[in-house]
Design a protein around this ligand. Sequence first.
Ligand code: CAA
Length: 380
Amino acid sequence: MDFNLSEEHIMIRDAARDFAQTELLPGVIERDNKQKFPKELVKKMGALGFMGIMVDPKYGGSGMDAISYVLIMEELSKIDASASVMVSVNNSLVCYGLETYGSEEQKQKYLTKLATGEFLGAFCLSEPEAGSDATSQRTTAIKKGDHYIINGTKNWITNGGSADVYLVIAQTDRDKGSHGINAFILEKSMEGFHVGPKEDKLGIRGSDTHTLQFNDVKVPKENRIGANGSGFRFAMKTLSGGRIGIASQALGIASGAYELALKYSKERKAFGTEICNHQAIAFKLADMYTEIEAARYLVMKAAWDKDQGNNYDKSSAMAKLYASKVAMEHTVEAVQIHGGNGFVKEYHVERLMRDAKITQIYEGTSEIQKIVISRSLLRD
Ligand code: CAA
């Protein structure tokens, strides 16, 4: 067992850290205030290889491992969780889904552009009545000759207004339940595809979240991913990897808040000394550091499982469950350590606290992670 990062991993982490400091930090408060989506950053991150981190270079990707992916995600998330969710969805839901389950034609047509940042992707599973209960899909995809007709509504779609390529999960044969579900590749330009208003959110306000409406969208049958009826399994397998991305996002939010709190506690004075010299603050820092390290080991273990070809359904759920709890609890503590300044936007920790909450909700709530973990324990 080796807890050290390789030189290559350290270089990758440092490149992401530099990018976050120089490119993400300067506009992050304004993007949060104005809900501005940083589309220009997609191209810059594409040029650095961050949009197709684990994709094979023959499809335009960086060919890196999942450990590199979580290192990059942590560094981006320390500064801007809105930018990092865009990276996470594009990498672990859209690119991974296409590379693992797509046809060669689909990879050539879409993956090559998604992996370089030329295109941005979105993953469309959630519906008004199918959030946690993902098998209850109401969006329909009815086969008509050489194409499918898609009708329905998708909610809370990350990159919803800015994406070029959308992986849409829809019910083809209701009688077959989860085995009657398919996944399709849609393009925004397809007739009948409508992007609804942008959501006004508590956190990750720089990310672009929309409702989507499909009215008789005609999709060529070549755009179905995998065998007929494999869409639910596709969504579940893809989400297992997505949960590693969100776990590393939560880890980054927590460690970003910890770093800010540590620095502030060494500068701010009260009762004649820096506040870190008061045990009330020092013990908070000790708890934060310990639990963030524990979250890091779970995140790394899930990424390692993926790299080894092990099943990572349970380890990714554990990593997301724990890292998101740590992110929520310790961003609150970081605000507390900052006192009145913690309530002010320019100190960044209030934004990290607001951003942390979504990591307990999207890509499966904490309660869903407990279903996945407990079912796995009881089955094994
Ligand atoms: N791998 C392969 N197959 C799987 C699987 C997995 N990980 N999980 C389930 N399946 C299969 C089951 O084996 C089953 O097949 P059989 O009928 O052949 O046995 C079938 O799928 C149905 O599974 P379940 O009976 O377990 O289904 P369920 O209704 O009990 O639901 C659930 C399971 C885990 C709760 C699932 O619905 C779930 O994960 N819900 C949460 C959905 C979610 O994470 N949404 C996030 C939205 S995406 C997002 O947030 C992206 C973003 O923009 C940031």
